[in-house]
Design a protein around this ligand. Sequence first.
Ligand code: URA
Length: 198
Amino acid sequence: MTNIDQSWEELQARCRDCRACPLGESRTNNVFGMGDRHSPLMFVGEAPGEQEDATGIPFVGAAGKLLDHYLFAVDLPRDRVYIANILKCRPPRNRDPEESEQEACIGYLREQFRLIQPKVLVCLGRIAAMKLIKPDFRITREHGKWFYKGGVWMTAVYHPSALLRDNTKREDTLRDMWAIRQKLEELGVAPEVEETNE
Ligand code: URA
């Protein structure tokens, strides 16, 4: 095992046993993150929902299916990106993560970020954008804008759950997703699109 594989193993094991906040007692599974650990592109959502808590996999419920649809639309399949959340455990009834929970959990995300070293980071929704881009982030006004921080390009798109509630945001989101693909191309790190004969 390489040192980097070992770091991933250790981080995941620590996270699996975590009791740093009360959500550690109520979770079914913790949802560490999933995808290509060498991807130039990392997505960060808010916190696991019911399906994610049941399976341990991020974005597998209705919002996740919609996210997959957008990823597919811009030739960024799920297995070519890395997806994680601010919180690794589900808050009761999917309420917003509390500040103390975010603080208790953010170290895992920082470590994931350090190991992956993505070139582009995309916040899925307001909560992740406020934590990772700036505390006063306004998703309606600032989705799709680019912020260059610490050598990484960051942006935010509407959370897929918001798109399930409000169809009118979908066009903007498709535009934002294309801009993400474009940014990867500009940086020379876009995943190759596989040709099919269909
Ligand atoms: N919503 C999120 O923010 N993350 C998930 O993993 C699922 C739903």
